[in-house]
Write a protein that binds this ligand. Sequence first.
Ligand code: ATP
Ligand code: MG
Length: 597
Amino acid sequence: MAQDDDARAAGANFLRTIVAEDNALRTYGGRVVTRFPPEPNGYLHFGHAKSIVLNFGLAAENAGTCHLRFDDTNPLKEDVEYEDSIAESVRWLGYDWGAHRYHASDYYDALYAFAEWFIEQGLAYVDSQSPDELRRTRGTLTEPGIAGPWRDRSVAENLDLLRRMRAGEFADGTHVLRLRIDLASPNINMRDPVIYRIRHARHHRTGDKWCIYPLYDYTHCISDALERVTHSICTLEFQDHRPLYDWIIERLAEGGKLARPLPHQYEFARLNLTYAVLSKRKLLRLVDEGHVDGWDDPRMPTLVGARRRGYTASGFRAFNERIGVSKSDSWIDMSVLEDAMRDDLNASAARRLAVLDPVRLVVDNYPDGQSEDMSVPNHPQKPELGRRMLPFTRELWIERDDFSETPPKGYFRLSPGAEVRLRYAYIVRCTGVEKDAEGRVAVVHCSYDAATRSGTAGADARKVKGNIHWLSTAHAVPAEVRLYDRLFRVPFPGARDGGMPEGETTGAADPLPAHAANAAVDDEAADERDFLDDLNPDSKRIIRAYVEPSLALATSEEHIQFERHGYFVADSGDHAPEHPVFNRTVTLRDSWAKPSR
Ligand code: ATP
Ligand code: MG
């Protein structure tokens, strides 16, 4: 794997260095203004979290501000539902844009005025070729573009046409406004890029005011400059767009239309994560085709899904610190993210007992009807989190696999004749077993040694190797437990022979109007296998388990470690005192690292 191990170990972040240098040089007078510019056309995913942590983090570290800007230049694909969810996810990650919540559509008037200005300067023209002709005359990587018949229209004619485009006189696709830059440029983005197209479509914020819409490359740099952004950070596929970014705002600044110092664009490597997909198109298919239970399914690599899974905002921040920020594309293994969540939850989650696959254990020499309160720590490494009482009785639930009739070598839990400690209680010796009609173990019998109670002098008198957890059958509360696992069973879903595919790139702005601005290109190669073939059939298993009585009162989204099992969270949607529901966030150890898997 092309992983940038050194950079990750150090959590290297080249953008921190750049910002520090700009501050030292007073490039922006010490100001640091970044922005996170989501298109409101989907839910945020783990990749967006990298961008959010980076942009908001850099601003916070430098007493700067980070703007939340909805890049709503495509009226056809956007929706307020998405905006609300995006804002909520950014807030959940722990960031605040203060008063700086903007929309690219806030700048439509300014963008239009600048378009007229570009025409007046002889730097823009209305092209009336068809979308097909535009594509054909654009040239290729090896051949220059060809000037169309409209490139030399007069200023007056261009202005007239643009105004009539705006007034709604023309049908979609009949005219576009292009910058006049250089049709022979080796950089295709500089070959007279289209900056406005006609779209008779209602916009969710500007309504029917506009029937021409600016394209991404034109909108983004000007929005940055108008907001006085200093560092405009985007993913690598925009590198070839930077000359255009600079060209546009430089001309406007020369013309006195924009204030200096101008923003500067920097590119970083997007997050590619194994065992996941991070393209909006693929995420949409997972939801639309019913492979998951909606956008917030705990297996989805969306931020709403992560939250429901029990992943934490601080875990995401720690993860991003670990992987760092570099300029070369790489894949990050899912285990890095899972480890970050484990470490975060290990520090904060209270410990509780739960029996996920229960079998009855009867302590035959313990008085029937008696109950003793055992003192149990809420966090073994953090005594300040206190202790709680857990009732011990004659009949208990233990895990089915904590008993073995024919124990393999090295098995230290319960087996006929063997001794084990019931965690926080007594040492017991297994005396026998009852089976049901199918020959399955129904009840395990044991006797306890009253002198070995935990926390008393006798507790350490005798060493036993096994240490298992239990719950009193009379007190345990039934619960629904959802055992989530990775959504895909291979590191690179959809790749041939398990090989490593190209990183999931998002199509950068297509300079021509046939495509929506910065819409994802169809990145699925013709011969690629379907990523859905690699879904993990065991990614969700619902079981009925028993939990400590106190867990019925767990609050929604409370994080808990079930001792010996992993980290769980009370489900935000379905958990209720009369019907406790817990989602498994992550196991205690990386079970995917085992060679047997
Ligand atoms: P599309 O453009 O197809 O709608 P997108 O993934 O680019 O999809 P945006 O809403 O435009 O989605 O993304 C908002 C910001 O998040 C952009 O600055 C983008 O660069 C960044 N981003 C998106 N995906 C990733 C990723 N995998 N890693 C890091 N940053 C990402
Ligand atoms: Mg995008």
